[in-house]
Design a protein around this ligand. Structure first.
Ligand code: ADP
Ligand code: MG
Length: 253
């Protein structure tokens, strides 16, 4: 069974923009896929369709063998729990502590929002949050306000928060785009280590072709909403990946 199946997905927004045009590919369980393409090529829209924040205009998306294309918000909830998201801009709550941010990751697994507030959370949840923070090497900063951390540390907190939900699949949307090269490398290394040790499936959007080649087992390329590359490691060179960025772009954003 595939982890994720995308079948002939087209997404046209209300304003008439077609962000995805008849895109099809599959991701195998445990696979490390890098998604590439110039700005505006539809990468984030694809993630939004997979994670249920946008509905495709046509086509279907399967999680395992379950068709999740048009599930209601309520029915999507257990699926979303299994999808760990990492974003370019971390999406932390900056006036709260690192620990509190990590606890919030359990939101999908807890009975209520209240159960994820540090003064209400169970000992079990609090311990798990510390374990997740420890895994990303930041247990010593648990009490710090999130806005006092460096970018690399903030992305590590976001990864720890994601681990709280026990994801099966990780969707990382340009996780190192706002980091300097060194911090970016460290975050990639950590993310991939965690993905491997937990046997997770990962789809990661990257712009750095060198980093992509180093980590990817498979490379999917989008250009102006169309799938233009689907190659496994060893079949593709840095030059080929770079062509995805050199092509004339029909969108600029
Ligand atoms: P990428 O992540 O590859 O940079 P996006 O998926 O964000 O690309 O965007 C693909 C195209 O869809 C762009 O032209 C963008 O402007 C457009 N787009 C994205 N979201 C919306 C929206 N909510 N409404 C209209 N157009 C959108
Ligand atoms: Mg994007």
């Amino acid at each position: 069974m595939n982890a994720i199946t995308v079948n002939n997905v087209t997404k046209t927004f209300r304003d008439g923009t077609t962000a995805l045009s008849d895109v099809s590919f599959t991701v195998n369980p445990g696979e490390g896929v890098i998604l590439l393409g110039h700005n505006g090529s539809g990468k984030s829209t694809l993630f939004k369709c997979i994670s249920g924040f946008e509905k495709p205009t046509s086509g279907e998306i399967l999680y395992g063998d379950k068709d999740i294309t048009r599930l209601s918000k309520r029915k999507f909830r257990p699926i979303r729990k299994k999808l760990g998201m990492v974003f370019q801009n971390f999406h932390l709550i900056y006036n709260l502590s690192v620990f509190q941010n990590v606890l919030f990751g359990a939101m999908g697994n807890s009975k209520t929002f209240l159960h994820t507030l540090s003064f209400c959370a169970s000992d079990e949840l609090r311990m798990k949050a510390m374990e997740c923070l420890d895994r990303v090497g930041l247990a010593h900063l648990a009490g710090r306000r999130a806005d006092q951390l460096s970018g690399g540390q903030q992305q590590r907190v976001a990864i720890a928060r994601m681990l709280m939900q026990d994801p099966e699949v990780v969707l990382a949307d340009e996780p190192i785009a706002s980091l300097d090269p060194r911090a970016g490398r460290e975050v990639m290394e950590l993310l991939w280590e965690i993905v491997r040790e937990r046997h997770l499936t990962v789809v990661c959007i990257l712009h750095q072709t060198e980093v992509a080649l180093e980590y990817g087992e498979r490379f999917i390329g989008l250009h102006s909403g169309k799938l233009v590359m689907d190659q496994v490691q060893g079949q593709v060179s840095k030059e080929e990946l770079s062509t995805l960025y050199n092509k004339e772009s029909s969108f600029e954003s």
